[in-house]
Design a protein around this ligand. Structure first.
Ligand code: ADP
Ligand code: ADP
Ligand code: MG
Length: 472
């Protein structure tokens, strides 16, 4: 078993990994930029080391991180998500220098990180893919030709994209011409690669993804599916496990496809196969994420499997603890990504000091975060500051629990998406489980809520106090 792990990340996922280490009796080493000196992961780890002044450079420097891991006597690095988690070179350097990279091999990361290569691989393995260009495009003329073959609308996508960026829907040749260069430059800026490709655009699709675990002994299992269709600008906001909109037969079909996909590439460790589901119930491979995902928590809630612990066990060369028959799903879980953004003001980022933070509790409620009262959110990083996860025996119960827990949660001093999610939970579409990736765009009215909550809270508390006093 691994003994000491350096966590090459920050924020809630660093804290999440430190917790797994603590429970497993493994020492944890945190790293931080000076902007993160007062961050929770620094306080929670057994050791913490500065990466220097620059808010980003240290977290993105593979050599520095591997050197630090060696100097501090670590035998492994956990990359979390974002930053270097899907950087094949980082995994390669770890391997070369005798540090265990908690994730798949550099070769698999590279193959799946290039979306056109991943599509080819999956097609060869007999997994349905979305119609699209063979590989990356070489010119706007080629893009126009391919698009007329596929039929509009089409999606222009960055070949090494991630995090919902570098994706643009084009409804006509004029739009394709207009957006081509823009997507290229977006791809260069965000991913350091000018490669883009085309995919047929699926109308009103659902985003369905499957969590996979694979060990070094040929065992591959799935931990059921998640529905991540509640998105804004191709970025997930709310995730649900299992999908409330799939039939049992559909769920089984997509989970079997994911296992087949993972087997076909000789996958190791935890990973996620993402699919789009069209209105006829056909699943198409979209991409594979070769890391822990933000929404792994909802799968943990319905299966009881600690996915980060399993990642560490697999990296320690232990066989999977569960066969497919031994994992069962129970109930429904919903995760809300609490972002430091103002939904009422076009989701404008909102940074600054958290003057008061109260974490919701009660049965079936989990909060993963790195914030605390008095913490100042630095402006350099992702806007997701907390994840609220609720579990209940039925989908309806999970929604009601979500409303209660969101109401319980208090984050003062900055704007967040908390109250916006309350609006989403009230809609008939969400409650019926019938929604697709266009939900947020189709419901602009949900961002026009009033923030009277605290007042009604006080009023309710006052009424209760008066009632108690009057002996009512
Ligand atoms: P998940 O599927 O785990 O929900 P997201 O797509 O939300 O993943 O990404 C998780 C985090 O990683 C976000 O902070 C996102 O900005 C970042 N991220 C994901 N892929 C990339 C990438 N290729 N390059 C840079 N950042 C990325
Ligand atoms: P990323 O690597 O940024 O996560 P994905 O390829 O997973 O990019 O796509 C992100 C989201 O963009 C999807 O969940 C979906 O909502 C939308 N999307 C991507 N490709 C298509 C497509 N061909 N048709 C319709 N929607 C798409
Ligand atoms: Mg994706």
């Amino acid at each position: 078993m691994l003994r000491k792990i350096l966590i090459a990340n920050r924020g809630e996922i660093a804290v999440r990994i430190i917790r797994a280490c603590a429970e497993m009796g493994i020492l944890s080493v945190a790293v931080y930029s000076e902007a993160d000196r007062h961050a929770l992961h620094v306080k929670k780890a057994d050791e913490a080391h500065s990466l220097g002044e620059d808010p980003l450079a240290g977290y993105l420097n593979p050599h520095k991180l591997v050197n630090l891991a060696l100097e501090t006597g670590c035998d492994a690095i956990h990359p979390g998500y974002g930053f270097l988690a899907e950087n094949a070179q980082f995994a390669e350097i770890c391997a070369r220098r005798g540090i265990c990279f908690i994730g798949p091999s550099a070769e698999i990361i590279r193959r799946m990180g290039d979306k056109t290569q991943a599509r080819r691989t999956m097609q060869q393995a007999g997994i349905p893919i979305l119609p699209g260009s063979e590989g990356s495009l070489s010119s706007v003329e080629e893009a126009l030709e391919e698009a007329s073959r596929l039929g509009y609308p089409v999606m222009l996508k960055a070949t090494s994209g991630g995090g919902g960026r570098g994706i643009r829907r084009c409804n006509s040749p004029a739009e394709l011409k207009h957006y081509y260069e823009r997507v290229v430059s977006e791809a260069v800026k965000a991913f350091g690669s000018a490669e883009i490709f085309l995919e047929k655009c699926i109308e009103k699709p659902r985003h369905i993804e499957v969590q996979i675990l694979a060990d070094h002994y040929g065992h591959v299992i799935h931990l059921f599916e998640r529905d991540c269709s509640i998105q804004r600008r191709n970025q997930k906001l709310i995730e649900i496990a299992p999908s409330p909109g799939l039939t049992e037969a559909e769920a089984e079909r997509v989970c079997a496809l994911a296992v087949k996909a993972a087997r076909a590439v000789g996958y190791r460790n935890a990973g996620t196969v993402e699919f789009l589901c069209d209105q006829e119930g056909n699943f198409y491979f979209m991409e594979m994420n070769t890391r822990i995902q933000v929404e792994h928590t909802v799968t943990e809630a319905i299966t009881g499997v600690d996915i980060v612990e399993e990642q560490i066990r697999i990296a320690s060369n232990l066989p999977l603890r569960y066969s497919q028959d031994q994992v069962q799903k129970r109930g429904f879980a919903i995760q809300f990504r609490i972002n430091a953004e103002d939904p009422r003001n076009d989701f404008l980022p909102s940074f600054g000091r958290i003057t008061r933070y109260y974490a919701p509790g009660g049965p079936g409620v989990r909060t993963d975060t790195a914030i605390y009262t008095g913490y100042e959110i630095p402006p350099f990083y992702d806007s997701m500051i907390a994840k609220l996860i609720v579990w209940a025996p039925t989908y309806e119960d999970a929604i009601n629990r979500g409303r209660r827990a969101l109401d319980d949660m208090e984050i003062s001093g900055i704007k967040t998406t908390r109250a916006y999610y309350q609006q989403i939970l009230k809609t008939a579409d969400f409650r019926s489980g019938r929604f697709d990736t266009g939900f947020v765009e189709r419901h602009p009215e949900l961002t026009r809520y009033s923030e009277k909550r605290s007042k009604s809270h006080i009023a309710t508390a006052l009424a209760a106090a008066i009632a108690a006093h009057a002996g009512l």
